[in-house]
Design a protein around this ligand. Structure first.
Ligand code: HAM
Length: 442
């Protein structure tokens, strides 16, 4: 996990054990592959996105839920689905000291459904609307916008099957991204049917692909065995060419699914949300039924979806509950921020300290400590000089921190219970009594 600093010259002259010891000492640890530190300079973007998410959820009546970071592994095998890439090859699974198999959350939906059942939310007025902002862990091949730990803002609405809820959920996701200032987004929708009509379609699809098996990429050959629907969204050009000829799910929907999809399109039109029907959109989870959707930037390929979701009317039952419909989405926060930066949208700066306290001499230092504490208790953000640097160096520090006002205390000020208040931009100074300072700063 570490980056070892070059120390080759030692190799020829020292025994291996000494070399190993030195290398150990020289090792710089780095964040695990596919993870990133969210540094202070990035925080304005994160706070901006989180605040907009909380605001939009309040507008649509969603309440926040924070399920644990890890869950019983069986929840994802059952919930996310055994045939999915996530369960097959991307989960961070480990045994705890009691021998329980646990998995770091590879997506949020099964956890929310588990919590809904565990806490009896099925007895509340439906739909129950919940949202989360959570780290998600997937062992994927890292690249720009794809990480092994990422964060998702997700919404789940449980207990209502009507297409108006599908439209509301899509509207929420769309308005959220718009409220951040993102432009040039595309919304794709599709219906992948229900347990009544899908088996017939899958039979047709399997028969079609069996006729093309020799032309498929190795992954698609496996998909043909495990989950034939996933062949449709393979990104290999040869497979995409075959998919273009494949039977379309939309032509095999039963009457209720057709009506549901038509209503969704009508509602989205009423809501004035531009969308495109994409019959190849199937998404990578076993639980989806009927509506699936994805939002992506205009200039990017399908792998770079900012968000996606869909309806999962059988999931709660799969997890042991009564038949309960559900619909939701997940939006990757890193991908939002990537696109905000690409589109030149700046996040509002976070509040920074307003006042810097500089001092000269031991007596003044005590006074500075007392004054800083008083101002902070009064709600004024203060940075205090902490070492015995020269006054010039202390003021330079204030400048570097972009603090606009400095309070200077020396021996004379201690004796007269005053301070010097300096405007850092104009260098203007005035003497102020310590008692009046807080009111003046406010
Ligand atoms: P998902 O499409 O797998 O859906 O993920 C949702 C979003 O999370 C993606 O569109 C993308 O922005 C972001 N994302 C996914 N994987 C990564 C990654 N490795 N690195 C960075 N960002 C990533 C779900 O997870 C479903 N649970 C969504 C859902 C909720 N469906 C119904 N309810």
């Amino acid at each position: 996990m570490g980056k070892t600093l070059g120390y080759r010259s030692l190799q020829s002259t020292h025994k291996y054990s000494i070399l190993a010891f030195i290398q150990e000492l020289m090792t710089l640890y780095t964040a695990p592959r596919g993870t990133a530190d969210i540094l202070p300079e990035e925080q304005p973007y994160w706070r901006y996105v989180e605040q907009k998410a909380a605001r939009i959820c309040q507008l649509y009546g969603y309440e926040r839920i924070d399920p644990p970071i890890f869950e019983d592994t069986r929840l994802f095998i059952k919930g996310t689905g055994e045939t999915t890439d996530i369960v097959q090859k991307e989960m961070y699974t480990f045994e705890d000291r009691s021998g329980n198999s646990l998995t770091l959350k590879p997506e949020g939906t099964p956890s929310v459904c588990r919590a809904y059942l565990e806490h009896g939310y099925n007895n509340l007025p439906q739909p129950v609307k919940l949202y989360y902002i959570s780290p998600i862990f997937r062992y994927e091949r890292p690249q720009a916008g794809r990480y092994r730990q990422h964060y998702q803002f997700g919404c789940e609405a449980l207990g209502e099957a009507d297409a108006s809820l599908d439209a509301e959920v899509i509207d929420l996701a769309w308005q959220f991204l718009k409220s951040l200032g993102l432009q040039k987004l595309l919304l794709f929708i599709n219906s992948i049917g229900c347990p009544q009509c899908r088996p017939d379609y899958l039979k047709k699809l399997r028969a079609f692909y069996t006729g093309h098996v020799n032309e498929l990429c190795p992954d698609c050959k496996i998909r043909l065995e495990r989950n034939v629907l996933r062949l449709l969204d393979c990104k290999q050009p040869a497979c995409q060419k075959i998919a273009a000829e494949a039977p379309k799910n939309i032509d095999y929907l039963c009457a209720p699914c057709t009506e549901h999809f038509q209503k969704l399109k009508d509602y989205l039109q009423i809501l004035n949300i531009p969308c495109e029907v994409n019959n190849y959109l199937v998404r990578g989870f076993d639980y989806y039924t009927r509506t699936v959707f994805e939002i992506q930037p205009e200039d990017q390929r399908a792998q770079s979806a900012i968000g996606g979701g869909g309806r999962y009317d059988g999931l709660i039952e799969t997890l042991g509950g009564k038949p309960t419909p559900g619909i939701g989405f997940g939006i990757g926060i890193e991908r939002i921020i990537l696109n905000l930066k690409k589109q030149g949208v700046a996040a509002p700066p976070l509040p920074s300290p307003q006042v810097f306290i500089a001092y000269v001499g031991d007596a003044a230092r005590e006074e500075a400590i007392i004054l800083a504490a008083q101002l902070r208790r009064g709600g004024i953000a203060v940075i205090e000089a902490t070492s015995s640097k020269s006054l010039k160096a202390q003021l330079r520090q204030a400048n570097n921190l972009k603090i606009t006002r400095a309070v200077i205390i020396g021996d004379d000020e201690v004796k007269t219970a005053t301070v010097i208040l300096r405007d850092m931009a104009t260098s203007e100074q005035s003497t102020v009594s310590m008692k009046e300072l807080a009111a003046l700063l406010r």
